[in-house]
Design a protein around this ligand. Structure first.
Ligand SMILES: Nc1nc2c(ncn2[C@@H]2O[C@H](COP(=O)(O)OP(=O)(O)OP(=O)(O)O)[C@@H](O)[C@H]2O)c(=O)[nH]1
Ligand SMILES: [Mg+2]
Length: 300
């Protein structure tokens, strides 16, 4: 039973995870909550929607919000919607984690830093496992903190670290005293249908070339849960007819591979057996029309 003094000191709030594309925001979210809910890939701009992941302890509940990578290079309507979801998340967050990649501070990092106007972020120097000369860390820290104000700076490896206690303690003291919002064992409020579509999209990022993933999105057409099997029927949308053939692959091989990997991840998170059927359709200009994006569930 929770004692009353613990309850009175319970802290709960939202923790935005922001940064430029590919710095490891989604990897960090998954490892903080101890379960893969957010898709990751070695390609930039994998995440397109904000996604909440919840971690509840005896004295606190952290509501992490993974966001798309903030960038200024591309500006179709989808990219604008992705940037918008970052700025929207910043407005409401109790704590902001600004994630950077190793010891580099780029113009894009600076641009995001400047967007954070109402509070100081915690700077996360991620991928420290890839820093060969660890002696470079201290001078980098000194330089960056002399030019910018952070609540604190935490170097870590989202992928390799087994404990994030010091980061969690640092976040906790900056959360408001408030009762939990989510039930103790909730890990997200995202619907499983959304996670399924994301797990399919993740495989498009992993199995298709460098450009093609950006021309695709996924729609769940039917989702049927029975006690023994969940049947999911999904459509992969592409921009042009020639892209459809590439996604399907020779004799359907590529699509089969994408489907198998996505199904395994969906089965893991649902802890249930899944039948997944994938179709590919051409819908040109889907990423550059506000109406289609809205219909496809994007924040515009
Ligand atoms: N070596 C190493 N690789 C990492 C670490 N964290 C993330 N990565 C890798 O970096 C790549 C990008 O990770 P993501 O988590 O998808 O990055 P992101 O910031 O969410 O990217 P976007 O959603 O595109 O903005 C993936 O290949 C990860 O495996 C880390 O601590 N160490
Ligand atoms: Mg991401």
């Amino acid at each position: 039973m929770t004692n009353i003094s613990t309850e009175m000191n319970f802290r709960c709030g939202s923790v935005a995870i922001v940064g430029r594309p590919n710095v490891g925001k989604s990897t960090l979210l998954n490892h903080l909550i101890g379960q893969k809910i957010s898709i990751t890939s070695r390609k930039a701009q994998t995440t397109r929607h904000r996604l909440r992941g919840v971690l509840t302890g005896t004295d606190s509940q952290f509501i992490f919000i993974d966001t798309p990578g903030y960038q200024n290079k591309y500006s179709n309507i989808l990219n604008k919607s992705m940037n918008k979801s970052v700025t929207n998340t910043l407005t409401d967050a109790d704590v902001i984690l600004l994630v950077i990649d190793k010891l580099s501070w780029t113009d894009e990092d600076e641009a995001i830093f400047k967007k954070i106007t109402h509070k100081q972020p915690i700077l996360i120097i991620n991928k420290v496992d890839l820093i060969k000369d660890k002696q470079l860390l201290l001078p980098f820290l000194e330089k960056i903190t002399s030019q910018h104000h952070f609540l604190s700076v935490v170097p870590l490896s989202a992928q390799k670290d087994r404990s994030f206690d010091s980061l969690l303690n640092e976040i906790r003291i900056n959360l408001p005293i408030a009762p939990p919002v989510f039930a103790e064992d909730d890990i997200t409020d995202a619907h499983i249908k959304f996670l399924a579509s994301e797990f399919i999209r993740e495989q498009l990022f992993r199995f298709l070339g460098d450009e093609l993933p950006y021309a695709t999105t996924v729609v769940i057409d039917k989702f049927e849960e029975t006690p023994t099997l969940t049947r999911i029927y999904a459509t992969i949308l592409v921009n042009q007819a020639n892209q459809k053939a590439i996604v399907i692959g020779n004799k359907g091989e590529k699509l089969k591979e994408i489907g198998t990997h996505a199904r395994q991840n969906i089965e893991k998170i649902m802890d249930a057996k899944v039948y997944l059927e994938l179709w590919v359709k051409v819908k040109s200009g889907w990423a550059d029309s506000e109406l289609s994006l809205r219909q496809l569930g994007y924040e515009v």
